[in-house]
Design a binder for this molecule. Structure first.
Ligand code: PEP
Length: 247
């Protein structure tokens, strides 16, 4: 069975009520490839607004979730609260949280475990810095980020791995199709060794980092690129061209 193409839109800390309504209405009206699974991740404040206005068939993701079910954790949102609001996915381990907010591999793993146990899908981000790439450490860095999660989570059926080289995020510097494919293939090999044949075959590995309507077609031709996590371009009408990259 081929893996279903998956495209996520990470709005980051962008948008307001009007602009998010307008993106949602554009997506509702657009001709989107029915074979692409589509998930958008607006800021927390607008999750319910997006869910309320989006057509069925497009899912909504949080950009983060906490690992405790409730209690005195100011500013955090729990898996239970996401479920209560019909938010079915969350991003975790985005490099902006790993770098700016100092989230460790172990913390990302704990949150991934809480989300999966609670029945929420996880778009699990990993990726290397430019220095790490230049020191030939890309595969080591990415697999050690994933290994931390593998220690906590055995069932990867609701995880989509997003390989996002940090040097390509928001920079306009996209990884070449060959560079991305090389890392995706290495992640898939790691999955076979650490998670077993089923996870290796079925887990979607998507690419993120300056994906646009111009470069998505080339990237989507690679055998181990099962979709995209899109930042900046997910706020623009051209997001639909990325959703349709395989059409
Ligand atoms: C992201 O934030 O996950 C991302 C890939 O951003 P951009 O597409 O803007 O590089």
């Amino acid at each position: 069975m081929p893996r279903q193409f998956f495209v996520g839109g990470n709005f980051k800390m962008n948008g307001n009520i009007d602009s998010i309504k307008s993106i949602v209405s554009h997506l509702n009206d657009a001709k989107c490839d029915p074979n692409t699974e589509i998930v958008i991740a607006p800021p927390a404040l607008y999750l319910l607004l997006a869910r309320e206005h989006l057509r069925s068939g497009i899912e909504v993701a949080a950009q983060n979730v906490f690992d405790k079910p409730n209690g005195a954790f100011t500013g955090e949102i729990s898996v239970t609260q996401l479920k209560d609001s019909n938010i079915t996915w969350t991003l975790l381990g985005h490099s902006e949280r790993r770098v700016v907010l100092q989230e460790s591999d172990a913390f990302v793993a704990k949150k991934t475990s809480a989300a999966i146990d609670g029945g929420i899908g996880v778009i699990l981000c990993c990726g290397e810095t430019l220095e790490q790439r230049e020191a030939n450490k890309t595969i080591e860095v990415v697999t050690s980020q994933l290994s931390a999660v593998a220690k906590e989570v055995k069932d990867w059926s609701k995880i989509v791995v997003a390989y996002e080289p940090i040097w390509a995020i928001g920079t306009g510097k996209v990884a070449s199709a060959a560079q991305a494919q090389e890392v995706h293939a290495a992640i898939r090999k790691w999955m076979g060794e650490e998670l077993g044949g089923e996870a290796q075959e079925k887990t979607r590995i998507i690419y993120g980092g300056s994906v646009s309507e111009k470069n998505c077609g080339e990237l989507a031709k690679e055998g181990d690129i099962d979709g995209f996590l899109v930042g900046g371009a997910s706020l623009k009408p051209a997001f639909v061209d990325i959703i349709n990259a395989r059409s």
